[in-house]
Design a protein around this ligand. Sequence first.
Ligand code: SER
Ligand code: ZN
Length: 533
Amino acid sequence: MRFTGIIEIVFNKTISEDVKKEIEGLIEYLNRDYLKRGARDPREAAHINSYTFKDSGIVLEIETGSKVRIDEATLRVKNVLSTSLGSKYRIGVRGVNLHNPIITLDNKISISLKIPLIKSIASDGDHTIIELVELDESDLKKPLFLRLLRLIEDKEQRARWGGKSEHWVLIKRSGKKTVEASMGDPNDVLERIGWMKRMSVGQWLYTPPLTHMLNTLKRLFIDEVVKPLGFEEATFPKMYPLEVGLKTGHLKGVINSMIFASLPRSYDISEFEEFIDLMYVLNEAPPEELQRHLRPSSYFLCFAQCEPFYWFFENEILDDSSLPIKWYDQSGPSYRWESGGIHGIERLIEFHRIEVVWLGRPDDVIKIRNELLERYEYFMDKVLDIEWRMAWVTPWFYEQSGALQGLKESTIEIDKPGTIDFEAWLPYRGDRDDSKNWIEVGNISIHGTKFTEPFRIKHNRGETLWTGCSGFGSERWFIVLLAQKGLNIDNWPKKYIEYIKAIPFPRSIDTITYPRTKDGKELLAKIINLLKQ
Ligand code: SER
Ligand code: ZN
């Protein structure tokens, strides 16, 4: 990324030959020293290529890299001239303007012309040339300008990384386990025996027996992992105002997979009369007609499930007596719009998760992450006895916020912000050596200040605060359990059976028409028999 522009500095009086000499010296100093500070590679710093004097001013052609950017460089030039000439010659700077600022990128990006400050965008071969409007000193310091540069930087980085931004490095894996894969795809079995029914794409109803089994697994996780570490249950909302998504970054990063909610245009039912009449006669509810009675969406549905945690502490000042804060939420579903590749309950539009969240000083946040890691490992190995692996991956909070800032390639720096994914093998899909036969069941992250900064969560003595979160995808863990343990209860984890038995097993639905097929009914009877033992 290169910047060029023409700095015009206007003085409050005409300048003499002596002053010009002085300025020449200052420019030499700027080029040699001050404009190079803060960049190891001088090309990433700034350089004045040429200059011409006017009666009471000077015009300088400047070129910069991205470490000492043109905005910073312009202000440095102005400050050096105004300080030196002010004290020695009583000459003041009346104004600074940056004419013809141009940003040149080494790759092709597209950017909206509607953005303020952008004058034109052109592309020549592999370059993008963005011309900005003329900027004065106050423009250069405005957050709007700085955010525009950040946007361009992000876009450039994304174009450079292309598909490479996804990384995955194995950290650890369990030993090989004997699995009981004869049942095939557990989703097919669950659907055939009528324990679950698909309402719409990626959305299912789980009948009491399946709910019982899912909840048992969740309870086991909470009792074995979450509670022993001192996390307490909270209840988070599941529909969030847009501002929350702007701060977490979700609106910028994953707007294409978020689901939005709208309020009615009016509370007065008479305003809906036309639409109601239409439904009477058509016996249909045309979505386009409905839309006319709705306000624009002002909410998005729960996406990461930890958003409300950061929102809750927004602008709060915490002291050591309340830190670290350790909560979890399991009060409702999360929503992700997926456009295809949906199968069974491993990939859902409405899914259930236990979201574990914590907030504290960096050391504590790392320590809690480590304790959780240990408990997770114990849970997978000793409690469930499944075949698992964990990997250092692209942090979800960068991926979901569309910003690649801070992202490094493939290096594991375990105590820096990052995400560890837990994955488990789905034997019915095929060989354990092929990654496509594994599924992500959960993750655990430390975010650094990714959320404490935008939500301005502060410590009373100004110490840095970090957050962390971990998601346990209930449906996915359950599918893995069935996929590796099969339907024969003798193979199930002891603890799980103990928990299942503690509460009477609910009755399956068995009506004339449901489960749908004869074969499904027979399978259901067989499974009930197995469970009864
Ligand atoms: N909030 C994290 C995520 O969205 C963990 O559940 O992946
Ligand atoms: Zn989270």
